[in-house]
Design a protein around this ligand. Structure first.
Ligand SMILES: Nc1ncnc2c1ncn2[C@@H]1O[C@H](COP(=O)(O)OP(=O)(O)OP(=O)(O)O)[C@@H](O)[C@H]1O
Ligand SMILES: Cc1ncsc1CCO
Length: 256
């Protein structure tokens, strides 16, 4: 499926947070997709008409950006473009919680992905959210089931083990390296990769492939790195050099 992404080179609109814009654009370029970032609601219709996927990441949301998120979601639904939501910091403030709840009520998402803390909070259960990093100890598979029951949209919960649940599939995915948790934006980049794979294949397999590619690239990159800084750039090279047969390392299992 990576060959398909590289051949189609889908345009991915990322309405994402200020911390990770450059890393996300570099990640998508290394993958073979075509990123565009935007902060302007008046251009969204033009862009989304030609986009293969849209990512909404609310990591640095503000009152002024609410209309931007809503318009992007509206056009993505109107033009039937896959729409991914990353509810960064959900549970860390009531502003973020209200914003995400409104978006989920009003628009159709192809995937909601977040770390264990964010997703546990989204399920309506108590979570120890503090800031944007995950501090949850519950299994991501249990959290994914809870959030899916609550939202009834495909969900991905990230952590040491990632879990995906939709109306008919349930997977855990074991690839990845702890260095990923030492760099900012690791989950945010993954959200953009999910949008890029969903752009070429609107099924659960696209999500599994996006995570597997990203986490296998991380495993390979970590072995060549002395720490987070080197890892950060090595990861981009491993993504760029990823071959279809690298998927042979993927560690994906179904669960009950
Ligand atoms: N300890 C770990 N071992 C293996 N992989 C990990 C580990 N921690 C995170 N990952 C991987 O890192 C990526 C990001 O997951 P994480 O849950 O850290 O996201 P996040 O908290 O949303 O990140 P950020 O907010 O920095 O963007 C996923 O692909 C996940 O599989
Ligand atoms: C650190 C941080 N704060 C808001 S968004 C972000 C990037 C990781 O989610």
């Amino acid at each position: 499926m990576i060959d398909l992404v590289r051949r189609i080179k889908p345009l991915i609109l990322c309405i994402t947070n200020d911390v990770v814009k450059t890393d996300t654009a570099n990640g998508l370029l290394a993958l073979g997709a075509s990123p565009i970032m935007s902060n302007e609601k008046r251009e969204l219709k033009d862009i989304i008409q030609h986009a293969g996927g849209v990512l909404l990441n609310i990591g640095t949301a503000s009152e002024e950006k609410i209309e931007l998120y809503k318009k992007a979601a509206q056009y993505a639904n109107e033009f039937k473009v896959p729409l991914v939501l990353d509810p960064v910091g959900y549970g860390a403030s009531s502003f973020r919680k209200n914003l995400v709840d409104q978006l989920l009520e009003s628009y159709e998402f192809s995937l909601v992905k977040g770390n264990a803390s964010e997703m546990l909070a989204l399920s309506g259960q108590m979570s120890q959210s503090k800031g944007v990093d995950s501090v949850e100890t519950e299994k991501t598979s249990d959290i994914a089931k809870l959030v899916f029951q609550e939202l009834k949209v495909p969900v991905l919960v990230t952590g040491e083990i990632d879990s995906y649940v939709d109306h008919e599939e349930q997977f855990i995915m074991k690839n990845g390296h702890f260095y990923q948790a030492t760099i900012t934006g690791s989950g945010c980049i993954l959200g953009s990769f999910c949008a890029a794979f969903l752009a070429v294949d609107q099924s659960y397999e696209a999500v599994v492939k996006a995570i597997s590619l990203y986490n296998i690239a991380a495993e390979k990159g970590a072995h060549l790195s002395g720490g987070p800084s080197q890892f950060r750039s090595q990861l981009i090279d491993e993504i760029y050099n990823f071959k279809e047969n690298d998927f042979e390392r993927k560690a994906v299992e179904t669960f009950e």
